[in-house]
Design a protein around this ligand. Structure first.
Ligand SMILES: Nc1ncnc2c1ncn2[C@@H]1O[C@H](COP(=O)(O)OP(=O)(O)OP(=O)(O)O)[C@@H](O)[C@H]1O
Ligand SMILES: [Mg+2]
Length: 277
């Protein structure tokens, strides 16, 4: 399948769109579940902060995994992104200061799509909310749910770029085409600059031929859009959120932390990462 025809744009990773409008807003999206969207949002955000950037994470997933991964209980949260999007309360009212600033989610957010559906400007609710905190951050990283519904569309409208984590075990190229189709509709109607700036291979098990083949297939179809950094499969990524920490805090000198620092370097400068064994 010649997917490159469906993704005709050149590598734009080094191009800076919306240059004058700080911050850079990156949405992490893939409608497939369990591909490491949340893990990547948190750990890349913390890696950016280590490099001196001011970072805001936004949990736009009703599952609240990002919120939980910083030690907060989404069931005990009174005001969340739901109130920001639906009741238009100020975003700063739902920001918690943890390893990085985090706009929290709660289970209420599951009702946001329905509540927003009848509102005018429903796709722009997040973009509007972010305007009030724009001066305070260099990077806003948005974690999205595993669907291409209104919450994810809100993230695409607010974003300057999209990073797509892809699980090397169960590669879904059709899913990526679907995601790109949704993005191109957003580009036509709502946000002309948003595009995929990187595809991140995750849950990579270097011992299996299957995982290496999956990366080859991604490279054949998406070329330079595929990051050189591959996030290896390791239990550290599951252990850290249980402690309410990023892997960079949980095991600062471990390989898992290094990989997200490599990714940060690559996302920031397009630089080649370290060579991995
Ligand atoms: N590189 C990795 N190696 C091993 N386990 C990982 C890795 N990355 C993430 N995980 C684990 O895999 C599970 C899914 O990861 P995560 O929650 O980040 O995916 P997601 O795409 O956000 O999922 P969802 O679609 O449900 O929001 C989690 O338990 C996480 O701890
Ligand atoms: Mg998630």
């Amino acid at each position: 399948m010649a997917l490159s025809r469906l993704l005709p744009r050149p590598n734009t990773r080094t191009k800076t769109t919306k240059e004058s409008t700080l911050p850079k807003v990156i949405a992490f999206a893939n409608q497939k579940g369990g591909v490491a969207k949340t893990t990547t949002t948190l750990n890349l955000g913390v890696a950016f902060k280590e490099r001196g950037f001011r970072v805001l994470l936004v949990d736009l997933d009703p599952q609240g995994n990002l919120t939980m991964s910083q030690g907060l209980n989404p069931d005990a949260i009174e005001r969340s992104m739901f109130d920001v999007l639906v009741h238009r309360i100020p975003l700063e009212d739902v920001i918690e200061q943890r390893e990085v600033d985090l706009a929290v989610s709660s289970i209420d957010l599951a009702g946001a799509e329905l509540a927003l559906a009848s509102q005018i400007g429903r796709e722009r609710a997040l973009e509007k909310a972010l305007a009030s905190v724009r001066e305070r951050y260099d990077y806003v990283l948005i974690d999205t749910p595993p669907s291409l519904g209104l919450l994810t569309i809100n993230a695409f409208v607010a974003a300057t770029s999209v990073i797509v984590p892809v699980q090397c075990e169960y590669l879904s190229l059709r899913g990526l085409v679907q995601l790109e189709n949704t993005l191109s509709m957003v580009r036509e109607n709502l946000n002309p600059v948003v595009e995929i700036t990187g595809i991140l291979p995750t849950l990579f098990d270097k011992r299996t031929l299957h995982a290496r083949e999956a990366v080859d297939i991604l490279r054949e179809n998406f070329g330079e859009l595929v990051y050189n950094t591959k996030i290896a499969k390791t239990i550290r990524y599951a252990e850290a959120p249980v402690k309410g920490q990023s892997v960079l805090a949980y095991d600062p000198d471990g390989e898992a932390a290094m990989l997200y620092r490599d990714l940060a370097r690559e996302v920031l400068n397009g630089a080649k990462p370290r060579q991995h064994a």
